[in-house]
Design a protein around this ligand. Structure first.
Ligand code: NA7
Length: 554
C-alpha cells in the first residue's frame, strides 16, 4: 500500500511541501502526477468531493464534450493509459469523461495526495521565506516554495443578479453546479436562462421530459450539428496502433488534435455555390471538425464570415417551422466569434408544442416571484429555473482565489485593469506562482488535457532549472508582461474575435476588464515557451535561494 506524499517537514501547525496545487480537475491531476514523478512532495486541495473539476460539477442533462472529442480529448503522457481505455462515442457524455478521469486517478494513485471538500481560502507569499502559505476552509495551513493554480478556466459559475430571484420558491439549478442526484422534470414547468453551450445542450433533453420549457434567450446563437457517433472497435485499435504518430500530430496541430492542417484557402476564392456545397457537406457530417475544415479567413474577413453566418441562418429558418420563432433565433454577431456550439436537435426543439422562446432583447426579465418569472410581456408560471448562465471564465477562478503576492498585493489589485501575465503562466509580483490555462495562454482554444500537460511539463523543467541553480524566487518583469500582452493582442486583433461580446472577451461579466485575453496562436504557443526556456528563461528575474532547507525533497 502506498502512503501519501509526506510533508517535507512540519513546523507547529504548518505542513511544508515542495508544491501546493489548487484544483483536482484535469490540470491539477496531471500536476500532481508529473511533479510527484519528479520526486517532489505535492499537496492538492479541491473544494469538490472528488476529482474532475469542471467535469465533476457540470452534470446537467445533455452535458457532453463539445470539442473535437474522443478519443483525443485525453491525456497523452502515458501510452499504457491510451492503450487500456476505450471511448464509446466521439462526443463523450460527462459521465464517460468523469469515469476516465476516475480511472486515471486510480491508475496513478492520485487520491492519496488530494484533500477534497477543502477550499483554499487564502494564499499568501512570504518574501523572506520565499514560500507560499495557504489556509484552507478546514483551518489547516500548508506552505511550499511553489504554488500551482489549476483552478479551471470554466469553474466560477456566473450567478445572474435578477430582481427577486432569491424569492423564487421552486427548484433552481446552475448548469455548472448541477446536483448529483437526478433532477426530475416530469410534470414540471421549467424556465432556462441562457443559450450558450450548456443551455443548448440541456434544453432538448429537458424538453423531452418537462410539461413546458420557456427558453429565456439574451443572445441568439449559431449552433452546429454535434455529429456524435459511436467509435468502432477498429477505430480505437487503429488509434492505438498509430499512437506515436497521432501524438506527434496532436503536438503539431493548431488546436492539439491529430488532424491535418486546415485548408489554406479564402472563402472568397470560391463561388457562392462552391461555398454552399462545402458548408452543406460539413453540416451534414457535423462535429467540431466543421470549424477546422473551413476556409482560412472565416474569422478574419467580414465577408467570408457573413457567407457562413448566412448559411447557418438559412438552416435555422429551414428547421424551425414557426417563422416568428425562427426570426427570434437569428444570431447577428460574427459566426464563431462566440464559442461555437454543437447541439443535438436544439433548433428542432422549438417545433415542439411544449417549448416557448422569449427573446430577452425585446422582452426582458423584470423579476422573479415565488412561482414565476415576469418578463415585460407577462408572467410565466414555473416550477424550476435552470441557470445556464455560464462562468466568470478564464480569469474568474484566479480572482476568486485572489492570492497575495509581494508586499501583500492582491491579484484583484494587480488585475484591476487587465490580466497582466507573462506566457500565460506567471505574474509579476507573484513569485513562484504558476497558472494553468489562464489569461494569455491558449487555454480553452486548445485541447485542454494536452495543453495542461504541455504547460506542466514546461513548469516542471523550470522548477528543475531553478533548483539546480539554487534560485529561491522567480517572477517575470512587467516589461515581459507588456511584450507578451502585445503579442497576444497582436494575434487576436487580426481576427474578428475581439469585436464580439463573449465570455472570451469578458463581456458576460459586469465590470470585468473587457478584452480578448487568450493566446490564439495554438501550438505556436508551446514553441514560444520552449524558446524562452532555451534562452535561459528570458523575461524572468531570479532571486538566489535564501532558505537553508531550500533543497527540500530533491
Ligand atoms: P456561456 O457560453 O457563457 O452561456 C451563458 C448564456 O447565459 C449565454 O446565452 C448568456 O447570454 C446567458 N446569460 C448570462 N447571464 C445572463 C442574464 N443575466 N440574463 C440572461 N441571460 C444571461 O456558458 P455555458 O455554460 O453555456 O458554456 C460555457 C462553456 O463551457 C462553453 O463555451 C464550452 O466551452 C463549455 P449572452 O450570450 O452573454 O448574451
Amino acid at each position: 500500500m502506498t502512503s501519501k506524499s509526506q510533508p517535507v517537514r512540519k513546523s507547529g501547525s504548518i505542513e511544508h511541501y515542495d508544491v501546493v496545487v489548487i484544483g483536482a480537475g484535469v490540470s491539477g491531476m496531471y500536476a500532481l502526477h508529473h511533479l510527484r514523478e519528479m520526486g517532489l512532495s505535492v499537496r492538492v486541495y479541491d473544494g469538490a468531493s472528488d476529482i474532475g473539476g469542471t467535469w465533476w460539477y457540470n452534470r446537467y442533462p445533455g452535458a457532453r464534450v463539445d470539442g473535437p472529442g474522443s478519443p483525443f480529448y485525453c491525456y497523452t503522457f502515458s501510452e499504457e493509459l491510451m492503450k487500456e481505455w476505450d471511448w464509446a462515442e466521439t462526443q463523450s457524455e460527462q459521465s464517460a469523461v468523469l469515469e476516465y478521469l476516475e480511472h486515471v486517478a486510480d491508475r496513478f494513485d492520485l487520491h492519496r495526495d488530494i484533500q477534497f471538500e477543502t477550499w483554499v481560502e487564502d494564499a499568501r507569499y512570504d518574501e523572506a521565506a520565499q514560500r507560499w502559505t495557504v489556509e484552507t476552509s478546514k483551518g489547516q495551513r500548508a506552505s511550499a516554495p511553489f504554488l500551482i493554480c489549476a483552478v479551471g478556466a470554466l469553474s466560477t459559475a456566473n450567478m445572474p443578479d435578477i430582481a427577486g430571484i432569491h424569492d423564487f420558491a421552486g427548484e433552481c439549478y446552475h448548469t455548472g453546479r448541477w446536483p448529483h442526484e437526478p433532477v426530475a422534470f416530469e410534470g414540471k414547468r421549467v424556465a432556462v436562462i441562457g443559450t450558450g453551450s450548456s443551455g443548448i445542450q440541456s434544453i432538448p433533453e429537458i424538453a423531452k421530459e418537462a410539461v413546458h420549457v420557456t427558453v429565456l434567450q439574451r443572445t441568439a446563437q449559431y449552433s452546429f450539428p454535434a455529429g456524435n457517433r459511436s467509435i468502432a472497435a477498429e477505430e480505437m485499435a487503429d488509434a492505438r496502433a498509430n499512437w506515436d504518430a497521432l501524438r506527434a500530430k496532436m503536438h503539431a496541430h493548431v488546436g492539439g488534435f491529430p488532424f491535418d492542417a486546415n485548408p489554406q484557402r479564402s472563402a472568397l476564392e470560391d463561388t457562392p455555390e462552391q461555398r454552399e456545397a462545402l458548408y452543406e457537406k460539413l453540416w451534414q457530417r457535423g462535429g467540431f471538425k466543421f470549424f477546422l475544415n473551413l476556409y482560412n479567413d472565416i474569422v478574419i474577413s467580414e465577408e467570408a464570415n457573413k457567407s457562413l453566418a448566412d448559411f447557418v441562418r438559412a438552416k435555422i429558418r429551414e428547421i424551425v417551422r414557426d417563422p416568428e420563432t425562427a426570426e427570434k433565433l437569428m444570431p447577428d454577431h460574427f459566426v464563431i466569434t462566440k464559442r461555437p456550439i454543437l447541439d443535438d436537435g436544439y433548433f428542432e426543439t422549438f417545433n415542439r408544442d411544449n417549448v416557448t422562446l422569449v427573446d430577452l432583447r425585446e422582452d426582458p426579465i423584470e423579476r422573479f416571484t415565488e412561482a414565476s418569472v415576469i418578463t415585460r410581456s407577462g408572467e410565466h408560471p414555473i416550477d424550476v429555473v435552470v441557470l445556464a448562465t455560464g462562468f466568470d471564465a478564464i480569469s474568474g477562478s484566479m480572482l476568486r482565489l485572489n492570492p497575495k503576492g509581494r508586499g501583500g498585493m492582491s491579484l484583484k489589485e494587480r488585475w484591476h485593469d487587465r490580466f497582466h501575465n507573462y506566457l500565460g503562466l506567471t505574474i509579476a509580483g507573484f513569485p513562484n506562482l504558476f497558472v494553468i490555462h489562464g489569461p494569455g495562454s491558449p487555454g480553452v482554444f486548445y485541447n485542454m488535457p494536452l495543453g495542461a500537460e504541455r504547460q506542466l511539463d514546461w513548469i516542471g523543467n523550470f522548477m528543475r532549472h531553478l533548483h539546480e541553480r539554487s534560485i529561491g524566487a522567480v517572477e517575470p518583469t512587467t516589461d515581459s508582461e507588456e511584450a507578451w500582452a502585445n503579442e497576444v493582442n497582436g494575434i487576436a486583433s487580426a481576427t474578428l474575435f475581439p469585436r464580439t461580446d463573449s465570455w472570451w472577451t469578458g463581456a458576460n461579466i459586469d465590470g470585468k476588464p473587457r478584452y480578448f485575453s487568450a493566446y490564439l496562436g495554438g501550438s505556436i504557443y508551446y514553441q514560444r515557451i520552449a524558446d524562452v526556456a532555451v534562452k535561459d528563461y528570458e523575461g524572468f528575474v531570479f532571486e538566489p535561494a535564501r532558505r537553508s532547507d531550500e533543497a527540500e525533497t530533491w
